[in-house]
Design a protein around this ligand. Structure first.
Ligand code: BTN
Length: 321
């Protein structure tokens, strides 16, 4: 991995052809080894021109969320400092859960190009086409009681919100509890899973699915009317490594706030952006439809609904519109 990263750096630093001899000297490996690294970079999607007698020249980087590409954009201490990158996986959350059980430290991330059993909230599936979007899970080890976990969902949403605002200049919308929307369609969903004992959390897996370069034709019929991507909204193709790096930076910022100031501050920041106070809302709570005026969320993240003068705390459900 280290040599791959170094070769990418060398190729990027030279706008012209660079000889295999030169690269092999810098890395202290044979020319055949350099050739093998070049071949594996091509498999990762790099376009590299090879010219006999002249060497190699980088023509195009893939814009994929490869660990060494993301690292260029990171200013975090822990989040994303170790990235496990997979071409295909069942679910990044499931894999991260296993890694956390085996003791992987806080901040470790699993990223996949495609998921064949991507999971959403409430036993739903998460549509995960290959090489277009971001599917990732972050291992967290907060030192808190299980009851205080809920706002971690909002940390992911805030990080995605700020990232989208920064790269696209579109202001997204937040939908309680875990969605980020563009033009009323879902661009991102987040899924928190935890391992806990009665009075302490062992670890949390924060899963994020962010639709980036997916096109309308990639969508299946059942989600076409409700899902979108950054590409679909702006007609621009995005570098997923850049977006991922930015998102990790924001994630760490909000996670630090969570650890220092507590979940209530995260809830306040989420509420500030979600602007749901005073709005008429319908919530599907396990088949029961609740209708009322929103009083925002409380300091634990529960939705507060004023139904005929009485406040109801809703902790699980789907807002309908
Ligand atoms: C939802 O909106 O219902 C939550 C969707 C969460 C999807 C992400 S994709 C990466 C991570 N791995 C999964 O299996 N799910 C989450």
């Amino acid at each position: 991995m280290d040599n791959i990263k170094k070769i990418v750096e060398i190729l990027k630093a030279h706008k012209d052809y660079i000889s295999g001899d030169y690269i092999s000297e810098i890395l202290g490996v044979s020319r055949t080894a350099v050739w093998k690294y070049i071949k594996s970079l091509e498999k990762y999607g790099y376009r590299i021109n090879t010219l006999k007698g002249k060497g190699y020249m980088l023509e195009k980087t893939p814009g994929a969320p490869l660990p060494w590409e993301i690292e260029r954009f990171l200013n975090t201490k822990t989040i994303g400092r170790e990235i496990i990158y997979k071409k295909t996986i069942d679910s990044t959350n499931s894999f991260a859960f296993k890694l956390a059980l085996s003791g992987k430290p806080e901040g470790t991330c699993v990223i996949a190009e495609a998921q064949n059993s991507g999971r959403g909230r409430m036993q739903r599936t998460w549509f995960s086409p290959d090489g277009k979007n971001l599917y990732l899970s972050v291992i967290l080890r907060p030192y808190i009681e299980p009851a205080k976990i809920y706002p971690i969902t909002f940390i992911s949403c805030l990080a995605v919100y700020d990232t989208i605002e920064m790269v696209s200049e579109i202001v997204p919308a937040l939908k309680w509890p875990n969605d980020v929307l563009l033009n009323k369609k879902k661009v991102c969903g987040t899924l928190i899973e935890i391992s806990a004992e009665s009075d302490m959390v062992n670890f949390v897996i924060a899963g994020i699915g962010l639709n980036i370069n997916m096109e309308e034709k990639d969508l299946t019929e059942d989600i076409r009317y409700k899902a979108t991507s950054l590409y679909m909204e702006t007609k621009k193709v995005y570098d997923r490594a850049y977006i991922c790096g930015l998102m990790f930076n924001f994630f760490e910022k909000y996670y630090d706030i969570f650890k220092k100031a507590g979940g209530s501050e995260i809830c306040r920041l989420w509420e500030e952006r979600a602007r749901i106070n005073g709005k008429f809302i319908e919530v599907n709570q396990m088949g029961e439809i609740l209708k009322g005026i929103s009083n925002g969320i409380d300091s634990t993240g529960a939705l507060l609904l004023n139904i005929e003068g009485k406040t109801k705390r809703v902790i699980a459900g789907d807002i309908m519109f």
